[in-house]
Design a protein around this ligand. Sequence first.
Ligand code: GLU
Length: 444
Amino acid sequence: MSYVDDVYAQVVAKNPAQPEFHQAVREVLDSLRVVIKKNEAHYRKQALLERLTTPERIVMFRVPWVDDKGQVQVNNGFRVQFNSAIGPYKGGLRFHPSVNLGIIKFLGFEQVFKNSLTSLPIGGGKGGADFDPKGRSDREVMAFCQSFMTELQRHIGPDTDVPAGDIGVGAREIGFMYGQYKRIRNAYEGVLTGKGLTYGGSLVRTQATGYGLLYLTQELMKCNGIDPEGKIVTVSGAGNVAIYAIEKAIQLGMKPVTCSDSTGWIHDPEGIDVRLLREVKEVKRACLTEYAKKRKKAVYHEGRGVWSIKCDVALPCATQNELDLKDARQLVKGGCRVVCEGANMPTTMEATAYLQEKKVLFVCGKAANAGGVATSALEMSQNSERLSWSFDEVDQKLKSIMVNIYHNIDDAAKKYGMKGDYVAGANIAGFLKVVEAMEAQGIV
Ligand code: GLU
């Protein structure tokens, strides 16, 4: 068996019942075959792939808290510190009932490559809990966040591990966690990113993942001779990534016509009204049915279905494995030419292969959604120098980071004879930097 296949088999055997982690590893290892083949004996002897697929440290802990009825609740908390070769662990916290160790490991593994692609000095990590903030009062969310941070604070620090948000963790949750960290550690430092602007946050961080996704999409389209003007865009999700992807798509002259949440989806053929969407989701924290009530031509459907709408560009911005082979077929049939992932691993492996085979321009999340974590790294820099930069300054930096990522992955794909395979390009470019740093630092 080849070294790649050996390692993949070991990962599956050693990490049972973690299908998302297996999937993330499979995708990366498949892309790396060409690189590994050139120097297989060396990589095998150094056990580089085993080291790359084994987290440096995993912390799992109990999170007890009291709900509004006086009932004690218990959740599982996680932090996977995956790889610190190129910088302190960096990556979000996800609060969602589906969270388990396998999900956090898949996200942490992806984060290693994504963070490497940003060209900034950040290693990869991820954490979270199987807690659902939905339907909970502010007091309950605060009680949970304080309990979660009471344990997590032992394991993190501005030069060690810097968490941020992800699904279910936004400005409110980051605020509660930051307050608790500061209270326990008696230190006012940049230990979390995505902070509010009054206490060390960075301008553009809120918009960064969505804006960054569009900056990369714009460059991809430009380099492939597609004019964004008037292009129909389908977007899934209605969280932070989707909202600001929609906003930037509109600014670039495109027409986003869909969004979705956990209960259903909206088709608004005249184009999504992003101000209304923000009002419904960010202010009222309500269901998308509220959006449809206020927009005459918008239709609300229950369940999923965003990918059935004809489009030129599709941006999956909801969650993992939300776009499967059937969806990919529908997209191709409807004339879709570009798919860029705003979420982490939203496209299944079969769907990715199909889109690539049909010559759809496809960019995976670890490149396309890296704008969020890149701006987090800019927030860390501002915290270190105790200064804050203007909106335009951060936005310009974000834009140039995303344009660079596109060219970096495009060049890597070309260099290894896989022109246009941006998945391989992203995995190879991300890998080479991390592995060079790991080798330089010896067997640690
Ligand atoms: N959760 C985001 C991601 O998947 C952001 C992480 C961060 O800012 O550290 O990249």
